[in-house]
Design a protein around this ligand. Sequence first.
Ligand SMILES: Cc1ncc(C[n+]2csc(CCOP(=O)(O)OP(=O)(O)O)c2C)c(N)n1
Ligand SMILES: [Mg+2]
Length: 287
Amino acid sequence: MRTPKDYTDNTGKPNWCPGCGNFGIEAGLKMAMSKLNLDPDNVALVSGIGCGANAPYWFNTYGLVTLHGRPLPVATGVKLGNHELTVIAWSGDGDAYGIGMGHFIHAMRRNANVTYLVGNNTVYGLTKGQASPTAEKGQISPSTPFGTPDPNIDPLALAMSSKCSFIARGFAGNLPHLSNLIAEGIKHKGFSLIDIYQPCVAWDKTHGYAYYQEKTFDLATVNHDVTNKQAALKMIFDKSEKLPIGIFYKEEREVYEDEQPQFKRGPLAHRDIENINIKAIFDQYSF
Ligand SMILES: Cc1ncc(C[n+]2csc(CCOP(=O)(O)OP(=O)(O)O)c2C)c(N)n1
Ligand SMILES: [Mg+2]
């Protein structure tokens, strides 16, 4: 059996601030991968740009740090290229729900077979703390000294309306819970969204570890039915007292690669291309 250390790249250490919630996400992911005994050579970790999105540098799996907001098209492509790989994408809330919002919605409705970890820290951490789309109306940040005038988006509600087949939320300060959630997301066949409350100790002093420890409760303790859309929506929208973490909704449906007849013969990456001659096509279209 593998241990979390088996997924660590030993050539460098994360440059996150001491206390950053990304350390919790990193540990939760490594714990989940070791729990599933995944071979690092069979995992691709794809990210965008941001503090959290630097993570692939420090894992010994395959890794791609792409462009801001673009990890999902690349992750979808990696999965289509070799659907035997476990493909995990990692974004911050700006990467996923700001600039990457269009990709987010389309990857969910396609049911791209990817696990998506989103560090929800309410700010653009890397660029010095501007309010992100999950910052609540009135939140003070370096870019909104009088409070952000915009109401926050609700990623889980968006996921629900985009036909996401696995919708969950974790907390970077609750590792046993988060690592289980990530393992469930990886095991799920289809797109799994795991939005993660991630304290940013540098730029958001309100939503720290103590705040989430006090405010969150585990959905598993209230007999929540993960197959019931209405119950899931109720849990997503009910912000009156405490914040639920856990799996909100789960369903099985065809994944993107199942819909493509060309994958029935096995992964594209394993095809023999030695004897394929594309000269005729080039000749047809060269002038
Ligand atoms: C096309 C483009 N626009 C803007 C930027 C600048 N930029 C880099 S990271 C970032 C926001 C990161 O915030 P988030 O995704 O929430 O990640 P965090 O740093 O909070 O983990 C921005 C705006 C960029 N790199 N590329
Ligand atoms: Mg962020």
